[in-house]
Design a protein around this ligand. Structure first.
Ligand SMILES: Cc1cc2nc3c(=O)[nH]c(=O)nc-3n(C[C@H](O)[C@H](O)[C@H](O)COP(=O)(O)OP(=O)(O)OC[C@H]3O[C@@H](n4cnc5c(N)ncnc54)[C@H](O)[C@@H]3O)c2cc1C
Length: 459
């Protein structure tokens, strides 16, 4: 059974505006293109303050069959941008209050528009922190909805394990609470997990309950270069197998290092495959881990090993890592880009990376690589001339080949960035059984297909 939505009209939109107008003031904006820089934008952008206001919007949209696109921070995620073909964009950035901090239980509840940085500022007096960060400004609602991870998910896990409860406004406009504050629960279907990563296709997340962690006594950051990607990845794998605990391990390939050194003005680093490393914990434990790790580096010809000396230097290094995409885009002025975000079982990462690099070299396109190597994932940015049909085709074939290889290694086409509209076609046929089950869930929870239609699933 396919889901057909009645086409809404301008009269429907006018009715929504006139019903909201009395209390909302300038929190409703008519928009020619308030989307995220691509395609037609939404017809209307609304900025609710509360769960009840989200309910009001959802019920109005449900009554008029108007699509609803939730949006928390607006950081563009490239090819996976949500489809915005008109409808109402529900912008949750004004729902940005930290609602409760339960310091004794290491958890807190925040509104969907709270960013990780904002939460960490609020937590500093309790000696607690929320460890995941993707891009500056990314919100917990958006991160939960895209099942995000980040540079230190190797130690702390991804949003999948970080989110313990949610408040969701369903497609019919009901407020439901799923999960809760307990460390475990055996109460039927795991609905929290269902909404985490649903990309707004099943309901609007308005509140997120997350786990928190004690601030580590010590954090040490280092960099180390390698002759080959293979050596860098194998060093991390061996260190992991020996029980060396790393909080962050990021790989930048030669081309990415070239871009980052130039863009972020990094001095003393080589244009060679490089690991950015971080160790956290009690001082004695960190020292022990560091000694064990330097032994591993020697086995894999690691060179130019350097510790940062103080917070400012560490911050600069991690900022350079977070700015990697901006740096990479400077490699070729005005280039179009295609991003790949794959994840494979850790033991197969070297295989996937070498395949990707060989195919990239054969294509002649510039393709810098950044990898969250500790958890088996990497991103490649393919740069190409958008106006050149041959290069467009080359870029697309390269992406298909790299994703195909990842799938053949029992990996996935998306390790941490959402599928959106741009990558959903990779889901089938490898996961056709799972895909049909996802469609059944979608039909059950959003029978009129108003929640972020066109994203994640083709209905
Ligand atoms: C340069 C760059 C680097 C990145 N690096 C990483 C990385 O290392 N790891 C990683 O995981 N991600 C990464 N991302 C992707 C992005 O940062 C994450 O997906 C982030 O979690 C999105 O958060 P946001 O607040 O911007 O959400 P948005 O972009 O607003 O939304 C993300 C998705 O969730 C839906 N959504 C948003 N809010 C809600 C809500 N309240 N309820 C229901 N659905 C909602 C949206 O419709 C959209 O489909 C990167 C992106 C960029 C541009």
């Amino acid at each position: 059974m396919e889901m057909a939505r009645r086409k809404y009209t301008q009269a429907d939109l006018r009715e929504v505006v006139s019903e909201l107008a009395p209390g909302w003031g300038d929190r409703i904006r008519l928009s020619a293109d308030a989307g995220r820089g691509r395609g037609p934008g939404p017809d209307l952008v609304v900025c609710p303050f509360s769960n009840e206001e989200v309910v009001q919007v959802v019920r109005l949209c449900a009554r008029h069959s108007i699509p609803l696109v939730p949006h928390s921070s607006g950081i563009p995620a490239q090819a996976s941008d949500p489809v915005v073909h008109g409808g109402v964009c529900i912008d949750l950035s004004e729902m940005n209050r930290v609602l409760e901090i339960n310091a004794k239980d290491n958890d807190c509840r925040v509104q969907a528009g709270v960013s990780a940085e904002q939460l960490n500022l609020d937590l500093r007096y309790d000696n607690l922190f929320f460890p995941l960060s993707t891009e500056p400004g990314a919100t917990l609602g958006g991160m939960a909805s895209s099942r995000a991870s980040g540079t230190n998910s190797m130690r702390y896990g991804t949003m999948r394990s970080m989110v313990i409860g949610l408040t969701v406004v369903t497609a019919s406009g009901e407020i439901i609470r799923v999960g809760g504050r307990t460390r475990k629960s055996a109460t039927g279907y795991d609905l929290t997990a269902l909404f985490v990563g649903a990309e707004g296709t099943l309901g609007i997340v308005t509140e997120v309950q997350v786990r928190l962690f004690q601030r580590p006594e010590q954090t040490r950051t280092a960099v180390c270069s390698f002759e080959t990607l293979d050596d860098a990845v194998n060093a991390v794998m061996v260190a992991d197998r020996r029980g060396i605990s790393m909080s962050r391990v990021e790989l930048l390939d030669r081309l990415q290092m070239q871009a980052s050194i130039r863009h972020s003005k990094l001095s003393g680093l080589s244009e060679a495959p490089t690991l950015f490393l971080e160790f956290q914990g009690r001082e004695a434990d960190v020292t022990e881990q560091v000694i064990a790790f330097t032994d591993v580096l020697a086995e894999f010809n690691g060179s130019n090993f350097q510790w940062t000396t103080g917070d400012a230097e560490s911050d600069a290094l991690w900022r350079a890592r977070h700015d990697a995409w901006s740096a990479a885009q400077m490699l070729q002025k005005a280039a179009a880009t295609l991003t790949i975000d794959i994840c494979v079982p850790v033991s197969r990462l070297a295989d996937a990376l070498l395949h990707a690099q060989t195919r990239a070299d054969e294509s002649g396109l510039l393709c810098p690589i950044v990898g969250h190597v500790g958890d088996g994932s990497f991103h490649m940015l393919i740069l190409f001339e958008g106006s050149d049909a041959r290069q467009q085709q080359l870029a697309r074939s390269l992406a298909e080949a790299i994703v195909g290889k990842a799938l053949s290694l029992e990996g996935t086409c998306s390790g941490d960035q959402e599928l959106g509209a741009g990558k959903k076609h990779y889901l089938s046929p490898a996961q056709s059984g799972a895909l049909e089950t996802m469609k059944s869930v979608k039909r059950a929870l959003d029978p009129d297909n108003i929640m972020n239609p066109g994203n994640l699933l083709e209905i």
